[in-house]
Design a protein around this ligand. Structure first.
Ligand SMILES: [Zn+2]
Ligand SMILES: [Zn+2]
Length: 331
């Protein structure tokens, strides 16, 4: 029933996949359809992207303070009020008033609430979202095409912004974020070097297919010194490898919300004014900028779709690296 957002009144209950506890599977549940407050839209979810952050939530590496919780923070949905299509990202609410918000860094808001973590997300038929944090999305595009843009694309883009005008950019971990960002970077006339687990021929083939000039194993030296590198894989041992791959004044950006411990490394890897930094969350400006650029660049997501009830399978497949590109629940 892909078009039942047209109903004027929602049903009383909905299907949802619910997080109860760390390491437990998500539970298929019948929940009351949420009621929006004055700042919120009531949304009929069309599709919701599956993100590595959801694995970190499941594993307790990022904490859900108040379970039970509906996961999912790459929501493509229709507003029941007017049929408008919107995207709901990870940043679900900020106070607008703390020191970070006032400094233009709402991504670091001290009171921030995140979709699918502090607020119920899109692994459900319906959701509510603060209208001020929703993005307008194209009506004529497939929902599953748009979903991966809302976190993989968007936080990937924030990471890319931190690379400045770097011409040669390395991506460590070639999944949802990297395959989207590569298309944007290539469209901008820059070069992408793709690093994957050794022997991951599928990910390396996808990298070349979307325009990477080189693909190899993370331990390999690229053929040239890079100007910047973004680490998407949650693997701390990639940090010294990426620092080794960038030249003087090169930037290494850690793009994920969680990473295993970073091993000690010799100072000479950081010497030469190399910069190591993280990226946290997103601002609404990042979203507007990225979604406009992605449309101009004609970015296409490589998507594997799953039914809502198969969310646990989608997460297991993401963990095991079964599919290439992005996974999306079509609801
Ligand atoms: Zn704030
Ligand atoms: Zn995410």
């Amino acid at each position: 029933m892909r078009n039942d957002w047209r109903v004027s009144k929602p049903p009383a209950t909905m299907r949802a996949m619910v997080f109860d506890e760390v390491r437990g599977p998500l539970r298929a549940a019948e929940l009351p359809v949420p009621t929006p407050d004055r700042s919120q839209l009531l949304l009929r979810v069309e599709a919701c992207g599956v993100c590595r952050t959801d694995l970190h939530l499941l594993d307790g590496e990022v904490t859900i303070a108040k379970p039970p919780r509906v996961l999912g923070h790459q929501i493509v949905a229709r507003s029941l009020a007017d049929g408008r299509r919107v995207g709901v990202p990870w940043l679900g609410w900020t106070d607008g008033d703390c020191q970070q918000c006032r400094a233009g860094r709402e991504n670091l808001c001290e009171q921030a609430r995140f979709t699918g973590c502090d607020i119920d997300g899109g692994y459900a038929e319906y959701a509510v979202a603060d209208e001020r944090f929703c993005f307008d999305l194209a009506s004529n595009e497939q929902a599953e095409q748009l979903a991966p843009l809302l976190c993989a694309g968007l936080i990937g883009y924030r990471s890319l912004r931190m690379c400045g005008d770097a011409q040669r950019i390395g991506f460590y971990g070639f999944g949802a974020a990297a395959h989207i960002l590569t298309q944007l970077v290539v469209w901008q006339g820059r070069e992408v070097y793709a690093f994957t687990r050794r022997g991951d021929a599928g990910a390396q083939a996808l990298a070349r297919e979307v325009g990477a000039v080189w693909a190899g194993a993370s331990e390999d030296r690229p053929p040239v010194a890079l100007d910047a590198a973004i680490i998407f894989a949650p693997v701390g041992s990639l940090v010294p490898l990426a620092l080794r791959a960038v030249g003087p004044a090169g930037v290494v950006v850690c793009g994920g919300i969680h990473m295993s411990d970073i091993p000690a490394f010799p100072y000479e890897l950081l010497w030469g004014e190399r910069v190591l930094r993280s990226v946290a969350n997103l601002t609404r400006d990042d979203g507007h900028e990225f979604l406009a650029l992605a449309a101009q660049a004609g970015v296409r997501s490589h998507v594997t779709t799953y039914a809502l009830e198969d969310a646990n399978q989608a997460l297991a497949d993401l963990r095991a690296g079964v599919f290439k590109g992005a996974a999306v629940l079509v609801i």
